[in-house]
Write a protein of this length. Sequence first.
Length: 347
Amino acid sequence: MINLIDKLSTEHNLSYDEMYRLIENRNEELANYLFEKARQVRILHYGYDVYMRGLIEFTNYCRNDCYYCGIRKSNCNSDRYRLSKEQMLECCDTGYELGFRTFVLQGGEDGYYTDEMLADIVSSIKVKYPDCAITLSLGERSYESYKLLYEAGADRYLLRHETANADHYSKLHPPILSLENRKQCLYNLKEIGYQVGCGFMVGSPFQTTECLVDDLMFIKELEPHMVGIGPFIPHKDTPFADKPSGTLDLTLFLLGIIRLMLPYVLLPATTALGTIHPKGRELGILAGANVVMPNLSPREVRNKYLLYDNKICTGDEAAECRMCLTRRIESIGYKLVVSRGDCKKMG
């Protein structure tokens, strides 16, 4: 297994069978070796810098009914909200003062915000803060919509594919949604010129090792600029309420694999990772991650954007999140930097 990690470190790829064996045979000793290799690669390309993304969760309305998601259309217990353009700009004002140079506009697939409204919001942020990057995470949209938002000034787009196994996809989503369309959206985004991010939940219901290998093979094929993975955490008002969470160990192991597979990738240590373990985000950084995403959403709506239960930092002000993370990252020998934090190798 050590040889497989060495091969992944030098060739940045493994065969399907090799990847399967590596995941199936993981243990603490192997994981520590993987993390050491992942840190070497990450430090080679990004030093000890950790990039901040200011997350603005601007709507928890969604037209979709994904079985794992707390803001799914059928959840009648969700306290719905929408932020105005002015509120979003205020979040950016706060974030800029705190050193954020990337703003992530994330929301459910909410038809209230037309393409024209979103393009206006994006261009307004870009005019006010031309030195900042704008990342969108708005789900599946048409090619024309993506293109309009890109031309308005959006730089990046995060669209988790959730699983690259079609059978597994059908067990997580209603029939109206398809893996084929999800993948096409990602290829469209890349063609338009976005820095593109995909990703998946670790330990989601019905996930097998084969599913995980399919995910890794798809990620290698797509060659995204960002990969967002985090443990599945159930939400009490979904069909998967009684399913177990994904594990810290497997999530960290996969972070290490992805760092070796895509040496230049922007790899977040997610809030979900911090939710399942008190030092989850620090451990994510030590496994090869180089991005954190503190919340810039207004405090009064934070506890309403709950994709899963027990989400951390829902009561904090933006400055509290920023200062807390600064201390946490510095405690392990890394540093939060004021930077757009672009992928070092574009393409």
